[in-house]
Write a protein that binds this ligand. Structure first.
Ligand SMILES: C[S@@+](CC[C@H](N)C(=O)[O-])C[C@H]1O[C@@H](n2cnc3c(N)ncnc32)[C@H](O)[C@@H]1O
Length: 247
């Protein structure tokens, strides 16, 4: 697999994957991607880094044919339990696992693009996605605008929350900023479960690429940029790239 190869604990640990949707319950960000699928008249959608599969299931529920690919088995196990999950083709892996010429729209939601800290992995993923798209197919992904310095909110003080669990009890969760060495930002998610006192952590490093870096990598891998949009639910904070497979 390209990328770091090993998904972060937050996606790969079964206990953390099971609470991912509860902790990140507001998925208003995904409505924008459903609208984009409609805007481009897509039929076959490739959800790269699909995680717990919320978007993939929303799309199959609306009649799209969807492939969801993610390296984290625990997240896919959560995804498979959702309504309409039986209509999704789930693949454990990364973009290299996609069939050639199988989609007319590929998406990366939830800032998946930032998990590719190494350029080689980013370029390899872009290439695999391009190969998986049909002629004139679109690739839509989001990434945070580095100038908005999102990491300044990734502190215990600003992120601490108590989330009730469906199963009873609750979790305390927060983020600690570990290191900012731009373009890399490292941070730790912590979770304390009231049920049994379990304390789990998940460390992540994200890369904040500039528009120039993204434009260069897209050109190099055979895309043209159609537009760079705002994320309606996070105005001014994200760049939503709409790239088209070049001839
Ligand atoms: C922040 S989550 C977003 C999940 C989902 N797209 C969403 O919006 O909820 C990032 C996802 O990227 C996945 N991921 C990590 N490395 C990857 C890779 N090399 N290729 C594809 N996905 C990867 C993780 O397993 C995780 O599910």
């Amino acid at each position: 697999m390209v990328g770091s190869g090993v998904p972060d604990e937050i996606f790969a640990n079964p206990r953390l994957a099971a609470i991912y949707d509860l902790v990140d319950a507001d998925r208003g960000d995904l409505d924008h991607y459903v609208a984009i699928a409609e805007e481009f008249g897509a039929a076959d959608v490739l959800d790269v880094g699909c995680g717990t599969g919320t978007l993939a299931c929303m799309l199959t529920g609306s009649g799209y044919v969807v492939v969801g690919v993610d390296p984290a088995q625990a997240s896919l196990d959560v995804a498979r339990l959702k309504p309409y999950a039986d209509r999704v083709r789930w693949i454990r892996g990364d973009a290299t696992a996609l069939d050639p010429l199988s989609g007319d729209l590929a998406v990366m939601t939830g800032n998946v693009a930032q998990v590719f800290t190494e350029d080689a992995a980013w370029v390899s993923s872009l290439t695999s996605i391009r190969n998986a798209l049909r002629q004139n197919g679109y690739f839509v992904f989001e990434t945070r605008d580095p100038s908005m310095r999102a990491w300044e909110n990734w502190t215990r003080e600003r992120s601490f929350r108590v989330v009730p669990l469906d199963t009873g009890g609750e979790i305390e969760t927060w983020i600690d900023l570990l290191d900012v060495s731009l373009p890399f930002v490292s941070f730790r998610h912590s979770y304390r479960f009231s049920e049994d006192g379990a304390f789990l952590t998940s460390d992540s490093t994200l890369r904040f690429r500039s528009q120039a870096e993204i434009a260069e990598s897209l050109k190099k891998t055979g895309y043209v940029i159609d537009s760079i949009r705002d994320a309606p639910d996070r105005p001014g904070k994200e760049w939503v790239y709409v790239a088209q497979k070049a001839r």
